[in-house]
Write a protein that binds this ligand. Structure first.
Ligand code: NI
Length: 167
């Protein structure tokens, strides 16, 4: 649980850079990749990660320019990457300019429940990690090179001239 804004920003810096790194490896052709007919495509899943930044955090009343949930699904990978970068930068600067640590205990209506701002930020992080994991699987199936997040991926071990260790 985040007790200071600085704690969140420190965690978010690593998490958002990891997401950015993953989105950077998307290609236009990969966006339509899906595993099952009912499942989200890569493009849809990536866009969900991007738009959640504004969708979730703006429920606190914080105002910033971010890619909108209702907006059209981009057909180019670079548009998704750019939208994430801009939404993220706008959110961080709005937080830095408007919030103090005391705000973390404010409560807001969230999806039929009452969540503190600290909880909202925690869920933002967990939600992104959850979908980033799903995206990683779809991207690997699409033949994309997967960057490591919490440790090297198979591709990165190979580039070190090593095999990924059995765990
Ligand atoms: Ni979701």
């Amino acid at each position: 649980m985040f007790r200071t804004i600085e704690d969140f920003l420190t965690i978010w810096k690593y998490e958002s850079e990891s997401t950015q790194k993953l989105l950077d490896t998307l290609t236009d052709a990969s966006l339509a990749q899906e595993v099952t007919a009912e499942g989200r495509t890569i493009g849809r899943l990536a866009w969900h990660i991007v738009t959640t930044v504004h969708e979730m955090v703006s429920r606190t009343g914080l105002e910033f320019e971010g890619a909108k949930h209702e907006g059209p699904l981009p057909t180019s990978a670079i548009a998704i990457v750019k939208a994430y970068q801009l939404s993220n930068e706008a959110m961080i600067s709005a937080i830095q300019n408007n919030w103090t640590d005391a705000i973390l205990s404010d409560e807001h209506d969230m999806y039929g429940e009452r969540w503190t701002v600290a909880t909202i930020l925690q869920i933002l992080v967990f939600h992104q990690i959850h979908h980033r994991g799903q995206l990683t699987v779809l991207m690997r199936q699409a033949g994309l090179r997967i960057p490591g997040v919490y440790g090297p991926t198979r591709e990165e071990w190979a580039e070190f001239g090593m095999e990924a260790p059995e765990v």
